[in-house]
Design a protein around this ligand. Structure first.
Ligand code: NAD
Ligand code: UDX
Length: 389
């Protein structure tokens, strides 16, 4: 539903309709952000991406209530002179474009570094030179490993939040050695954060940096062999969904001992919406966006997804629901992992009053219902095909 009433910001001031240049709009987060902005605001989106499959439902047909408020520009930001013009005619640029799947970090480190640092440079430059506001997507991976992970296994300090909670303004960024190429992504993201921060300090760039902590939900990544390459390795939600759809054991990398906090995409998009409409509260800040209450080990995530999938599909789970696999076998040489990621929420709570709401069980239930509806039949057919030939 398109809102017709005047919107107000958190301080009661009217929000005027903005033109937003959204780079990477065709991806997982971009598709949800486009949906939100089109259905609940009067803002206009200039959607930039090389793909538009995930936002096709927003672009066609012309009779959609928001027709005229979204334009798709098929642009590769690596080499397209149209980008500056789009940034110039927008009030705000949101940059989501990146290679951001861990399977690429150690196997395509050059592409990863170029995508996350070099390709983002012109975006920052055009915003700074044209006095345009920038919301840039970084990552929780900039924190790397926790301080606690370097303590002896039996140290009581490991239980002390001071050794593991990740705070925007005080936590260090702790990466592995250079040959652990996993950190190519985090390091590139860290450097672009530092560059944006410096543009703010020296040239007055109005910026906000977002550090997402494992946002998950419908349309995340792809199902290998269905809407992505058969040999592709997406992020964990899609890997486990693929295993469940194919009735294969879920693969636990190095025993699935790493811990993550997962936040529902729809909760997280609320936070970005608040940043967009409250520049006075968001400018100059780096925000963790995650759900500290949804922490699990990867093994626990696998177990919960198995239970939820059985419920939503009506199929019993297989006899051996998980198997262990080494990280070398799964990701190849140079993989390394973040041990634990709990976001401190003080800053976003104080500035924007935002809190995540959805429990892990509930967000998995709605997400796996979507995965089942969207993919179960296609997977069934792809499994049946080789037998028929
Ligand atoms: N999803 C998460 O939990 C998460 C966590 C941490 C950080 N992030 C960051 O958020 C951003 C968006 O992530 P996502 O999960 O939506 O990923 P995604 O891969 O679904 O979306 C990224 C989009 O950028 C586009 N893109 C990449 N390079 C481009 C280029 N050169 N020109 C034009 N378009 C290009 C891709 O086609 C894709 O549609 C990324 O910067 C990522 O690093 C996401
Ligand atoms: O099939 C799988 C896939 C993944 N995993 C494990 O599950 C954990 C989470 O894996 P993800 O693929 O979601 O990736 P990570 O959480 O490590 O990094 C992500 O976090 C933040 C973003 O910047 C990126 O989207 C991505 O780098 C890792 O410990 C990984 O080793 C499995 O055990 N099995």
């Amino acid at each position: 539903m398109t809102s017709s009433t005047a919107r107000v910001d958190l301080d009661g001031n009217p929000v005027k309709p903005l033109t937003i240049c959204m780079i990477g709009a065709g991806g997982f987060i971009g598709s949800h952000l486009c949906e939100k902005l089109l259905s609940e605001t009067q803002h206009t989106v200039l959607a930039v991406d090389v793909y538009n499959d995930k936002i096709k439902h927003l672009l066609e047909p012309d009779s959609l209530p928001w027709a005229g408020r979204i334009q798709f520009h098929r642009i590769n930001i690596k080499n397209d002179s149209r980008l500056e013009g789009l940034i110039k005619c927008s009030d705000l640029t949101v940059n989501l474009a990146a290679i951001c799947t861990p399977a690429d970090y150690n196997t395509r480190p050059l592409d990863t570094i170029y995508s996350n640092f070099i390709d983002a440079l012109p975006v920052v430059k055009y915003c700074s030179e044209n006095n345009k506001r920038l919301i840039h997507f970084s990552t929780c991976e900039v924190y790397g490993k926790t301080i606690g992970s370097f303590l002896p296994q039996d140290s009581p300090l490991r239980q002390d939040p001071a050794y593991y909670i990740l705070k925007e303004d005080t936590s260090p960024c702790i990466f592995g050695s250079i040959e652990k190429q996993r950190w190519s992504y985090a390091c590139a993201k860290q450097l672009i954060e530092r560059l944006i921060y410096a543009e703010g300090a020296e040239n007055g760039l109005e910026f906000t940096i977002v550090r997402p902590f494992n946002w998950i939900g419908p349309r995340m990544d792809f199902i290998p062999g269905i809407d992505g390459p058969s040999e592709g390795v997406p992020r964990v939600l899609a890997c486990f969904s693929n295993n469940l759809l194919r009735r294969e054991p879920l693969k636990l990398v190095d025993g699935g001992q790493s811990q993550r906090t997962f936040v529902y995409i729809k909760d997280a998009i609320e936070a970005v919406h608040l940043m967009i409409e409250n520049p006075a509260r968001a400018n100059g800040h780096i925000f963790n966006v995650g759900n500290p209450n949804n922490e699990v080990t990867v093994r626990q995530l696998a177990e919960m997804m198995t239970k939820v999938y059985a419920k939503v599909s009506g199929e019993d789970s297989i006899e051996t629901p998980t198997i262990d696999v080494s990280s070398k076998e799964f990701y190849g040489e140079g993989y390394d992992d973040s041990d634990k990621r709990i976001p401190d929420m003080t800053i976003i709570n104080k500035q924007l009053g935002w809190d995540p709401k959805t429990s892990l069980w509930d967000l998995l239930e709605s997400t796996l219902t979507y995965q089942h509806r969207t993919y179960a039949e296609a997977v069934r057919q792809s499994i049946a095909k080789p037998l028929a030939n």
